[in-house]
Design a protein around this ligand. Structure first.
Ligand SMILES: *[C@@H]1O[C@H](CO)[C@@H](O)[C@H](O)[C@H]1NC(C)=O
Length: 276
């Protein structure tokens, strides 16, 4: 129907708008299908041949997108006025073989899928995964995850982060923000503050920096120079004490000394982070 409407215009303009253009007559020798956004034509040995994008991706243009000229559908209006020819092929955690998908049980995690292989990713700095933008976002922008369950007990309290000795969550009005104790201090899961080690779970940090003689101030909820109402000048860290052989010494990731992630977490590749 659309075609018949356009026929007159086509004749006038002298080019065909509603018929598939021949890939072999284009400069790049590859062109998107006019009906299906996940298909494209490529000129092979003088003949146009039809190809499917990898499952979950749609055609973006030669040398564009994330692989084979294909891209995540939500990155542009690739499919406007077109359909997808291929149904999703799902694997564990992946709705399609390629894509970025929400986590089943966590607001701070998500999955990146590449050829059906899922990699768990973590939103850092108190950000949450936003299904709509497929990126990490401020909690207030993420429907259903505004107030993180992490902060249910105390909307403005501190919460231990896994077994981490120097990272913790600071809840601000129910929104968790990732925080880090100053060098030489460890997070004490009993008092929920940064303290001079050792604590029950944490020894002296293995990566000594300039001695930061700060204490966590429960009024300003920041690390400050002592004394505060509750804290005096920290004492010199004592030698580690073997308690039950299960020492939890904070260890920096080689080359990335600032990152101390909970077990099972994988940092978001910097490529993704920049895009987000
Ligand atoms: C995707 O994975 C399948 C097996 O699961 C493999 O046969 C295929 O070569 C892979 N494709 C790419 C582009 O890596």
């Amino acid at each position: 129907m659309m075609c018949s409407v356009f026929v007159f215009a086509i004749v006038l303009l002298g080019f065909v708008n509603c018929q598939q253009e021949d890939a072999c007559k284009t400069k790049s020798r590859v062109i998107g299908d006019i009906t299906y956004c996940d298909r494209y034509w490529e000129c092979v040995n003088g003949q146009p041949e039809l190809y499917d994008c990898p499952n979950g991706l749609v055609y973006a243009g030669k040398n564009r997108g994330v692989t084979e000229g294909c891209d995540y559908p939500w990155r542009s209006n690739y499919c406007e006025g077109k359909q997808q020819a291929n149904p999703p092929i799902g694997t564990d955690h992946c709705d399609w073989l390629y894509g970025i998908f929400g986590h089943e049980t966590s607001c701070t995690r998500y999955w990146t899928c590449w050829n059906g292989t899922a990699t768990e990713q973590l939103c850092i700095g108190g950000l949450l995964y936003n299904e709509r933008t497929h990126s990490c976002d401020w909690p207030e922008n993420v429907d259903g995850c505004q107030k993180h369950p992490l902060c249910n007990d105390d909307a403005n309290g501190n919460v231990p982060l896994g077994k981490s000795c120097n990272r913790y969550w600071q809840c601000q009005g129910g929104y968790p923000r990732l925080q880090r104790c100053p060098a030489m201090l460890v997070f004490d899961r009993r008092s929920l503050r940064c303290v001079v080690p050792p604590t029950e779970d944490c020894d002296v940090p293995t990566t000594p920096a300039a001695p930061a003689m700060l204490v966590f101030d429960r009024r300003s909820l920041r690390c400050v120079v002592p004394p505060t109402e509750d804290c005096d000048v920290p004492t010199t860290p004592a030698a580690p004490i073997e308690e039950d052989g299960e020492q939890n010494i904070p260890q920096g990731v080689p080359g990335k000394p600032d990152i101390n992630l909970p077990p099972g977490a994988i940092p978001v590749p910097s490529k993704n982070r920049n895009r987000n």
